[in-house]
Design a protein around this ligand. Sequence first.
Ligand SMILES: O=C(O)C(=O)C[C@H](O)[C@H](O)COP(=O)(O)O
Length: 223
Amino acid sequence: MTSSAVPPAAPSAASAPSGGSVLDLAPVVPVVVLHDVADAVPLARALVAGGLPAIEVTLRTPAALASIRAMAAEVPDAVVGAGTVISPEHVRDTVDAGARFLVSPGWTDALLEAMKASGVPFLPGVSTTSEVVALLERGVHEMKFFPAEAAGGTAYLKALSAPLPQARFCPTGGISLASAPSYLALPNVGCVGGSWMVPGDAVAAKDWDRVARLAAEASALAG
Ligand SMILES: O=C(O)C(=O)C[C@H](O)[C@H](O)COP(=O)(O)O
């Protein structure tokens, strides 16, 4: 399958928001780094309360897989996905844990094959024109643009939209509440990813109200 269809919800989870694609789940996808699985459920609840139901849990920490599992099981209004997916093993393990979408910072053919076979929608990461063309050639039209600011930002994406209008992106990397609107205004951007609404100090302090407030600011960008 391509990365365009959101699969049916697991029995314990709510239906995905309508729209049919990862890029259309929410205007902003929070990118989460969790060190303690005990934070997973309250963090997901805070993000959902703030209006950001699609959550990317990065596989950067030992707590990541258990965090995905806990969020998927206990926060039915969240659509929990996995980030930093860089191997077929990551694909298998995160889908087993309940991930309902997959995001990678870059891609290889082996990773792409595993993502395609997983049955869940996915966003392979790209940062060059040739990578975009290579993914289009492989039938993939939705991608993460990473690292967005460092790789050329809105100017780069705008330039891509003329020759390659069939490619759509979730830019991520260095994006803030202030810069997100200029990305979201581009015709080839479906959503943006970012970690600004999940500051490390807020998670460390278990300040879920602050996370919910930051999430609400971000979700209001949909306007
Ligand atoms: O971990 C991954 O899979 C990544 O590809 C990197 C993240 O998406 C960015 O690090 C988030 O960017 P910031 O909003 O600048 O923190």
